[in-house]
Design a protein around this ligand. Structure first.
Ligand code: MN
Length: 488
């Protein structure tokens, strides 16, 4: 992960005289330092801007500097907004307008006109808000006291979404083989995603990977197997299969890192020269923060890497998922999600086991090793990015994951069980209405609100299915959005 930071830009003007401006700057520095201690990324004080040029200069620098993942603006005093127009027009980084004030209370005894002139954020932030609205500039607005924990949580959430934007703009996806034959929802316009989201999606021959596997040494495999033994329980005697997966992982990682790719895809239909579909190999790469998509699904692969980066510590509990089958017993309505092999261990409730089993689908000559585990219980989301033709739609559904209600002893893969909101069948109807895919990113770390922020910053359509969604309301919403996005 790159070291990201956010820049604190305070708006003012010369009207109040140097003393007030000194106080504003001192307070802004104090606030930035205090916020840095409680937020996931540093808040760096940059400037108390009083002129068009100061604002343009800080925006130019923010656009240019890779470590700057966004700017946070605040108007301690009144800052006339015409001088913000050029800077905001040029701004290419995420923007949060922090409507706060230095003092928490109105001081009954000491308040006079000097106090009012210094502490007029209520006034200044409205002028600042107008220009954001007038310019139609995407922004997050957070109002509240700067020492309030709830406010910290909201800024932290936005910061993580903004880091998701930076990661997206840097995204390179390595495709081994094409998409699974005839599948529609995993397709998409690669030129559109590069223009809109910054993703470079390109293909590498499976033969190149096989060649790279040929160069992996026994010593490299020994070292990685030691890592597997430390992280997982070995529940198979088939050490050859584990070592083969290690060889695949090492070769894929070398290729990914050489090209600067943090996401990859493969397909069981194209494994020429390989004995096994990468299972454990892909799972352990995901555990390290790489995105993955099965059956050539590069959209879900890139999204997996982005949600991982948005999560706790820059590699949160998010993973590639697929809806498989339902339990439709009244009062126990759940989805069972899994994949052929590749479920990320960041979703696991306990220590995953390495097992080997036969895999009938695809070109596997030998039984692939894979991690088997149960998913965690807890609130989460599932996310799907689809190509509507001319635009991208991001669909997010709230879910409640549970400990799987049965052991399923013959199921040879990792499994997660959840209930979609508002309830399983309504949730499924809504998901299908919106066109959501069978592949998703399932996350325990990232919220629908953060994905909404991310979609706003990336300027793509956002659809949220949650506790209050009804199929009727959703249909109307999709109809209106379809019209709006055709005009955009
Ligand atoms: Mn699949």
């Amino acid at each position: 992960m790159k070291k990201y930071e956010f820049w604190f830009v305070v708006g003012s003007q010369f009207l109040y005289g140097p003393e007030v401006l000194e106080t504003v700057e001192a307070r802004a520095r104090e606030m930035a330092a205090a916020l840095t201690k409680v937020l996931p990324y540093p808040m760096v004080y940059k400037v108390t801007a009083k002129t068009n040029k100061e604002i343009r200069d800080v925006v130019k620098e923010a656009n240019y500097r890779d470590e700057c993942a966004g700017i946070v603006t605040w108007c301690h005093t009144f800052s006339p907004s015409k001088m913000w127009i050029d800077g905001l027009r040029d701004l290419q980084k995420p923007w949060l307008h922090f409507a706060t004030q230095y003092n928490k209370e109105i001081p009954n005894d000491e308040i006079d006109m000097d106090f009012m002139n210094l502490n007029q954020a209520a006034h200044g932030d409205r002028e600042h808000g107008f220009i954001g609205a007038r310019l139609r500039k995407p922004r997050k607005i957070v109002a509240g006291y700067w020492q309030d924990e709830k406010v910290h949580r909201r800024i932290a959430d936005w910061m993580r979404a903004a880091v998701g934007v930076a990661v997206s703009k840097d995204m390179k996806v390595m495709r081994f083989g094409d998409n699974m034959r005839e599948v529609a929802v995993t397709e998409g316009d690669k030129v559109e995603v590069q223009t809109k989201l910054g993703w470079q999606v390109n293909t590498w021959a499976v033969g190149d990977l096989v060649k790279e596997m040929g160069k992996v040494t026994e010593a490299e495999i020994d070292a990685l197997v030691k890592e597997y033994e430390a992280a997982y329980d070995i529940a198979t005697d088939n050490t050859a299969a584990i070592r083969y997966q290690a060889k695949e992982e090492i070769a894929m990682k070398k290729m990914l890192d050489r090209e600067g790719c943090r996401a990859f895809t493969n397909t069981f239909q194209d494994l020429y020269g390989m004995e096994q579909l990468p299972g454990l190999a892909s799972q352990h790469l995901m555990a390290q923060g790489y995105g993955y998509g099965g059956e050539g699904d590069w959209k879900v692969s890139a999204m997996t890497a982005i949600l991982k980066a948005m999560g706790e510590g820059g590699n949160g509990a998010s993973g590639f998922m697929e809806d498989y089958t339902y339990h439709l017993v009244e009062g126990q309505e759940y989805s069972l999600g899994a994949h052929m092999l590749e479920v990320c261990p960041s979703l696991a409730a306990g220590k995953p086991r390495i097992e080997t089993h036969h895999l009938g689908i695809g070109m596997n000559e030998k039984d692939p090793a894979r991690l088997v585990f149960e998913g965690k219980a807890g609130k989460g989301i599932v996310v799907s990015l689809i190509d509507m033709g001319g635009r991208l739609r991001l669909i997010v559904q709230d879910i409640e994951a549970v400990k799987p209600i049965m052991p399923m002893p013959n199921l040879p893969v990792a499994r997660v069980m959840w209930r979609a909101l508002p309830d399983l069948t309504t949730g499924v109807e809504c998901w299908i209405t919106a066109g959501g895919a069978h592949h998703t990113v399932l996350s325990y770390d990232v919220t629908a609100g953060q994905m909404r922020d991310w979609a706003r910053m990336m300027d793509i359509e956002f659809v949220h299915i949650g506790a209050d969604t009804t199929p009727e309301k959703l249909e109307e919403e999709l109809l209106v959005k379809d019209l709006v996005w055709r005009l955009k």
